[in-house]
Design a binder for this molecule. Structure first.
Ligand code: ADP
Length: 392
């Protein structure tokens, strides 16, 4: 869009002598175009430029027409590319385009999108180049601002997440050591109660019953403390994700729960193959162990637990099911049970702390996997964990 010389647009038409209708049409474009419409001859001189140049850049048409192309108004960052594109187009006769910053008369730079269209004769000789420059300043600057803001937000979210993770870790360390420190005094209460109960002190039956209750309460508290320690420990280590063979993991969980399975005379059907997934082994072991223990526990009094373990393909995921024929879960409680300390039953019917499923959920989420349940009261439950297959 730059030149040196003095010719007017009219001269160009008079000299080149186009058909009247084309002349009028082009004159009207030069007068009314919202974009800057320019023609450049095959020697690189500006031959015409639309009136819009004044409104968009502050420069006069005479600042360009008759002058040759040079790039002193193009921002230094874009000069090389602008000149390269233009010369390539002159050589190849292929249209080209570029986005660049152009220096306006007031000294400010504005963004333009410019297309270069070669006009050739029947012998493929270049006669002229039609250049159309569109002011894209608002779009470009708001896009740049938006990108900068997006980056700023991403940095902010990252920083806040790191802080939150740190605070969470501190909280977990705190609750772990608090739970740990509660164990010693609790053991003392338990121990001395047992000594008194077993000793020769003359206690009446009511006092003995009180002591038995103290011991039962300390046992319950001990279980709670242990579970809190497990909950706070999950996620404190680095979560390394590897290819894991689900059959191996299930074998190990069933081996660990062997005593419980035999005591309940449970029926456990593992349907092979289960496949491999991307997971962290200790976290997967912990979650599956909690799910299977629950399936062993939540059965109608006296009934034998029946558990089916199988997997299904789910696109890039494998969904591993732990399905039981136990007491089932009401629709409205299906989400709630994954919350910390949520229990649907009294301690007398089904002992527990309400932490097992929270541990499973936390462990599964640390592996970027999902956990859920399909269930109806009285009709058994199907807990599932959905893990990435990791492409084989
Ligand atoms: P806990 O087993 O110690 O009670 P969990 O967090 O493991 O704690 O489970 C929370 C609650 O979810 C249980 O108290 C029980 O009401 C319900 N629940 C979990 N698993 C099952 C299951 N397989 N069948 C029926 N209810 C279940």
């Amino acid at each position: 869009m730059e030149s040196e010389g003095n010719n007017k647009n009219e001269d160009h038409f008079n000299n080149s002598g186009p058909e009247n209708i084309f002349k009028r049409r082009y004159e009207s474009i030069l007068k009314n175009a919202a974009d800057i419409v320019i023609t450049v001859d095959n020697k690189g001189n500006f031959t015409s430029i639309s009136e819009s140049v004044k409104g968009l850049t502050g420069w006069e048409r005479d600042d360009f027409v008759g002058r040759d192309m040079n790039y002193r108004f193009v921002h230094p960052d874009h000069r090389l590319e602008a000149s390269k594109k233009f010369h390539e187009m002159l050589e190849t006769h292929d249209p080209s385009s570029i986005e660049f910053k152009f220096k306006c008369k007031d000294g400010d730079y504005r963004w333009f999108h410019q297309t270069h269209t070669p006009i050739v004769n029947d012998d493929d000789e270049l006669i002229e180049v039609l250049v159309i420059a569109r002011d894209i300043h608002e779009r470009k600057t708001s896009k740049i601002k938006l990108e900068e803001y997006k980056k700023h937000l991403e940095r902010l979210v990252k920083k806040r997440t790191e802080k939150l993770d740190e605070a969470n870790k501190e909280l977990e360390i705190f609750s772990y050591s608090l739970a740990h420190d509660l164990k010693a005094p609790l053991r003392a209460v338990q121990r001395y109660s047992e000594i008194i109960l077993d000793g020769k002190e003359c206690l009446d039956e009511e006092q003995r019953e009180m002591l038995r209750r103290i011991i039962a309460a300390t046992e319950k508290m001990d279980r709670l403390i242990n579970d809190i320690m497990v909950y706070s420990k999950v996620g404190r280590k680095d979560v390394l994700i590897n290819h894991i063979d689900l059959e191996d993991v299930i074998d190990r969980v069933l081996e660990n729960l062997k005593g419980n399975i035999e005591e309940k005379d449970a029926d456990i059907d593992v349907i092979l193959p289960l496949g491999t997934v991307m997971a962290n082994e200790p976290l997967l072991l912990q979650s599956l162990s909690n799910l299977i223990s629950n399936s062993l526990k939540f059965v109608e009094g006296g009934e034998k637990p029946k558990i089916k373990i199988y997997s299904e393909n789910d696109g890039q995921y494998t969904k591993l099911y732990i399905s039981d024929e136990g007491i089932g879960i009401d629709k409205e409680n299906k989400e709630k049970i994954f919350q910390l300390l949520t229990r649907l039953h009294g301690e007398e019917t089904y002992p527990g702390t309400g932490i097992g499923l929270s541990v499973a959920k936390k462990a599964v989420e640390l592996m970027n996997a999902d956990i859920g349940v399909e269930s109806e009261r009285g009709k058994g439950s199907k807990f599932w964990i959905r893990l990435d297959k990791g492409g084989g």
